[in-house]
Design a protein. Structure first.
Length: 400
């Protein structure tokens, strides 16, 4: 048995070593992957010091400000050819809840959101359902489109043309050509990297998730970088990855951003178990695990925008601010989170109150971050005109 005094001495030495590391990082030293893993594994007693360092770095780059986007969630289709172990969104044709929105439904939701001051139309959809489902091919034929991406393109253009909302599409894997096409109506695009690990067999069964291989997702993200399209990506924690996997995923995102300067935000999202998914009994990350990951993400990404969804923390979501985030992501006063339907958005007044109680000002942004607004404006066209109409002098959403 190790004497208690010896354990305390070893813990004190470890804390001292980590404390010195945090001081060096705050002074400007780049963090290594090995150091990031050490911090991710720190004990609960050291966690407040890690959080304080992350918060200090956040305040250095984003002082006194936390943003959010007021959105409507448009699940264009929940048919999907992938069968991820954590997903409750996807459906097969004929399954209860399977649905592809009509243009009339898309426009009706967008117009209702417009009345409530929303400025983002978030399009989420399954990956290439027509590749395996003849029912989806028939639906697309009836609607007059060759593919799900062609239909998405038309619906983004419809919302842009007929409302004040700006589309933000998350359609899965994209070629450079499709990124170029969608940027005409989308000021930004998104794809969660999730993880660079190829060993997440429960989350990504090899023979059932063709669109989830990290190399393919990294290729899509890099194509957006080459084209200079503002891009949202992120990591999903608690799906079987190691601490090394988390760190490598964050470093992969940082490397692409350093090369192309286009990653407008990085989401750190925690896995939530749901009754109808294969991973229903999988353990969820606890709040301290989430806080450690957020803090280490801030130390790795430094001045980049970091988001954590408030609705995925069951109690005390305001504590996520301690991890150094500067954005809450999209919050809807109208539509549910169709990806996590069991997790309602906080009321916007509650979000504002808790953000202000933490000494931060809550500011509504657009689906494109202020530092990327001018680049989108320069492209002109209808998107440029619509962006001009809803952006203020600081690059945030103009008051309705």
């Amino acid at each position: 048995m190790i004497p208690a005094t010896s354990s305390r001495v070893n813990a004190s030495r470890t804390d001292g070593s980590l404390r010195s590391l945090l001081e060096e990082i705050l002074a400007g030293q780049a963090i290594s992957a090995e150091q990031a893993c050490r911090l991710l594994r720190c004990d609960d007693e050291f966690l407040p010091e890690l959080l304080a360092s992350a918060k200090a770095l956040k305040e250095r780059f984003h002082p006194g400000l936390v943003t959010y986007s007021r959105k409507v969630f448009l699940p264009l289709t929940n048919l999907c050819r992938d069968y991820c172990g954590y997903c409750t969104f996807r459906r097969d044709p004929g399954e209860a809840g399977a649905h592809t929105m009509t243009p009339e439904e898309v426009l009706a939701v967008a117009r209702e959101g417009e009345k409530l001051g929303c400025t983002e139309a978030l399009f989420s959809l399954g990956d290439r359902p027509e590749a395996i489902f003849p029912e989806m091919r028939e639906t697309l034929r009836r609607l007059g489109y060759r593919s799900t991406l062609h239909y998405l393109e038309a619906m983004c253009e419809l919302v842009l043309r007929e409302t004040r909302l700006l589309p933000h599409a998350n359609p899965g894997l994209l070629s450079g050509n499709w990124i170029e096409r969608l940027r005409v109506s989308n000021p930004s695009l998104g794809l969660m990297l999730e993880s660079t690990s190829i060993s997440l067999l429960a989350a990504h069964p090899v023979d059932r998730t063709p669109d989830k291989h990290p190399s393919l997702r990294l290729k899509t993200i890099e194509e957006a970088g080459k084209l200079g399209v503002p891009f949202t990506t992120g990591i999903l924690i608690g799906i079987g990855e190691s601490m090394e996997d988390r760190v490598e995923t964050l470093f992969a995102i940082r490397r692409l951003h350093e090369q192309y300067g286009f990653v407008q935000e990085v989401i750190v999202q925690n896995f939530r178990a749901k009754s109808r998914i294969p991973m229903a009994t999988w353990p969820e990350p606890d709040q301290n695990d989430m806080l450690r990951t957020l803090a280490v993400a801030r130390l790795i990404l430094r001045d980049m925008n970091i988001q954590a969804p408030p609705n995925l923390t069951e109690n005390g979501y305001e504590r996520l601010l301690e991890g150094g985030i500067n954005d809450w992501g999209g919050v809807s006063p109208l539509t549910p989170d169709f990806i996590n339907p069991e997790a309602p958005w906080p009321h916007l007044l509650d979000l504002q109150g808790k953000t202000e109680a933490a000494g931060q000002k809550l500011v509504q942004r657009l689906p494109v971050y202020p530092e990327y607004v001018e680049g989108v404006r320069r492209r002109g066209g209808l998107l440029g005109e619509k962006l001009d109409a809803c952006v203020n002098a600081e690059g945030y959403a103009r008051a309705a």
